[in-house]
Design a protein around this ligand. Structure first.
Ligand SMILES: Cc1cc2nc3c(=O)[nH]c(=O)nc-3n(C[C@H](O)[C@H](O)[C@H](O)COP(=O)(O)OP(=O)(O)OC[C@H]3O[C@@H](n4cnc5c(N)ncnc54)[C@H](O)[C@@H]3O)c2cc1C
Length: 438
């Protein structure tokens, strides 16, 4: 017998140390230790008996990981989406619209710029913002995009890089939805590589003159104000451009098959003259727009699970009711395999998003963690949507069910705010130290 007992896999006799009573699990000494442990860590005895069977729509009891305020907010947003969005979203997607008044309603609920502090913004936690994105995207990615663009891409740069006057002028009205914003970074020849942008901002006396074209801009044609990123003499600058400024024009990009319940536009800036105060003073490099993209990616990491959850639940409901060969299709092994894969994937995505959210709340999540969340959760959401589509058979290709709408939307989500290839390169650089963008 080894003298320490540390390497012994089985200890049949209690070990006796000189002067101390023998230690066995269940001895008085251990009971005392356990009760001290429970007091310290606020745990309870593991309950005996079989736990309740898992809820197929909340298999891991995710609800139990949220605090009451988080659950309340989540339930409020979920109810609003069920009442206000789900009955009409198929038609909106079909018609290629998203009613403008939704922005005012979202503002009334306190969901625009909700994770920002001050200037009429509620200062919600990272997890509260994430849960909101999840519930909105369970409705439609277009709806979540409207909120992401407003809060993370239009309001965030004003909050982060704007002057006190700019914050006071714009943020309170943007938080209520009275003013809707958009974010102009992408150009026809400058997508994943924003450093190649051609839009220029040149000084003319006290004014700025902007020229260029931005494309694929969410909210573009319905926005009241655009945050435009342009190349100036001192670097990449952000400008607050009211969309009624002469020389500014927006037109919707036609024939989209994805994110149809969202306005996606081309913006042209033709000698747009802006006062000196239109420039965001706090940043003059690509760090400005890239930090906005990190904000938006965080919301996407959560939102994508909303789309995936909606697809999984539609497939589950369908599988237990649709009969073929005299049985519900959910009774066939091949269908069960698909349902289980989807359920596991959705639950894993939820835990990842929550973990990154809690890290973010403690200031521990960097852009790389956010990239991980966007990368993995969007690709998994697309897998779930495609699998769900197959479970629904022919019905899966219609707008009577949400799955193909989500599937098509996710093709945009995997591309925008940095495509998944770009997220991989960010993560690869973080692992190896080598930059592989060019
Ligand atoms: C519906 C929708 C809404 C959008 N909303 C906005 C918005 O509000 N504001 C805004 O500014 N932009 C917006 N975008 C634009 C979006 O951010 C860009 O589409 C995205 O950055 C990719 O750029 P790109 O489409 O020009 O593709 P490209 O950059 O041309 O890339 C084409 C392909 O090549 C890959 N690729 C590129 N570089 C590399 C590399 N170094 N290594 C490996 N692969 C690479 C890409 O991943 C992609 O698969 C939106 C796009 C869509 C579809």
């Amino acid at each position: 017998m080894p003298t320490t007992g540390l390497r012994s896999p089985v200890r049949s006799e209690p070990v006796s140390h000189a002067g101390t009573p023998p230690l066995t699990w269940g001895s008085a000494c251990h009971n005392e230790t356990r009760s001290r442990f429970r007091k310290t860590f606020n745990t309870t005895m593991a309950p005996t008996g079989r736990p309740a069977p898992p809820d197929p729509k909340d298999f891991l009891g995710f609800d139990g990981l949220l605090d009451p305020e988080e659950r309340l907010l989540r339930d409020t947003v979920r109810r609003w989406v069920a009442d206000r969005v789900l009955p009409s979203i198929g038609d909106w997607f079909d018609e290629g619209i998203l009613p403008r008044e939704l922005a005012t309603e979202l503002g009334g609920l306190g969901l625009l710029g909700m994770h920002l502090d001050g200037y009429g913004c509620p200062g919600a936690s990272a997890v509260e913002y994430g849960l909101t994105c999840l519930e909105l995207e369970a409705g439609d990615s277009g709806l979540r995009s409207m909120v992401s663009v407003q809060g993370s891409l239009a309001m965030f740069p004003i909050r982060e890089y704007g002057s006190e006057d700019q914050r006071r002028e714009w943020l309170p009205r943007m938080a209520t939805g009275e003013v809707l914003g958009c974010f102009g970074l992408t150009e026809p020849d400058s997508g994943s590589d924003p450093g190649s942008m051609r839009t220029t901002a040149r000084r003319d006396g006290p004014d700025w003159i902007l020229n260029g074209t931005k494309t694929w801009i969410s909210n573009g044609s319905v926005a009241d104000v655009a945050i435009i990123w342009a190349r100036a003499d001192d670097g990449v600058r952000g400008f607050i451009v009211p969309t009624d400024t002469p020389g500014f024009a927006a037109r919707d990009i036609p024939r989209k098959l994805s994110l149809r319940a969202s306005h996606t536009s081309e913006l042209t800036l033709d000698d747009v003259r802006l006062p000196r105060e239109a420039a965001l003073p706090g940043v003059s490099s690509l760090r400005g727009p890239l930090s906005c993209l990190t904000e938006a990616r965080y919301g996407i990491a959560w939102g994508a699970i909303g789309a995936a959850r909606s697809c999984y639940e539609a497939a589950l409901d369908y599988a237990v009711t649709r009969q073929q060969f005299g049985r519900p299709i959910g009774a066939f092994q091949l269908i069960q395999r698909k349902l289980v894969d989807m359920m596991v994937t959705v639950n894993r995505g939820l835990l990842l998003a929550l973990h990154i959210g809690r890290m973010r709340a403690r200031g521990r999540a960097g852009p790389e963690h956010v990239s991980l969340g966007k990368f993995d959760n969007v690709r998994m959401a697309l897998d779930v949507a495609r699998t769900a589509r197959s479970v629904l058979g022919a019905n899966g290709i219609t707008l009577d069910y949400p799955v193909m709408r989500h599937m098509n939307n996710l093709e945009s989500v995997i591309t925008y705010e940095g495509s998944n290839e770009i997220q991989i390169l960010i993560l690869g650089q973080s692992l190896t130290g080598f930059q592989a963008f060019k």
